[in-house]
Design a protein around this ligand. Structure first.
Ligand code: GDP
Length: 139
């Protein structure tokens, strides 16, 4: 059975470009409830750990550099079928391939600087949410 929570980050490019409000509006208008949220900045160690699954990939260094260069918004979102529905809402990793109306189509600039993160499984949603939030920060 699919779970009802996912984890997102509005990445440094989205924050720098003034898209926090637009993206949050799109998320809530699509039926997601925000159950935890914070404005924060990843340390190099945080980003290396968060993206450790990609550590052998050629873009890993650039990804860590990008994700630490400025503040992000981290949030846990609730909705039936949250992981799958949120991946559909954000669109393909590469904004050039993202469907019309998706967050990445609207707000991302490149495959690396693609505005938002969305968990890819219920298991990762739980791990990633716990990486950023303690139980008492989730409402
Ligand atoms: P996602 O699940 O759609 O975020 O995509 P992945 O898990 O495959 O990749 C994680 C993140 O790494 C992406 O959201 C991008 O920010 C970055 N990334 C993925 N592929 C590339 C690439 O080819 N080049 C660069 N520079 N960054 C990439």
């Amino acid at each position: 059975m699919s779970g009802n929570r996912t984890f997102t980050m509005l990445k440094p490019d989205a924050v720098e470009n003034g898209h926090i409000g637009g993206i949050l509006e799109k998320i809530t208008a699509s039926g997601f409830k925000i159950v935890a949220m914070k404005y924060t900045q990843l340390s190099k160690r945080d980003a290396q750990e968060f993206y450790s699954v990609h550590k052998e990939r050629p873009f890993y260094g650039d990804l860590v550099e990008f994700m630490t260069r400025g503040p992000i918004v981290a949030a846990i979102l609730e909705k039936d079928n949250a992981v799958e529905d949120f991946r559909a809402l954000i669109g393909a990793t590469n904004p050039a391939e993202a469907a019309d109306g998706t967050i990445r189509k609207l707000y991302a600039t490149s495959i690396g600087e693609n505005a938002v993160h969305g968990s890819d499984s219920d298991e990762n949603a739980a791990i990633e949410g716990a990486f950023h939030f303690s139980g008492r920060e989730i409402y």
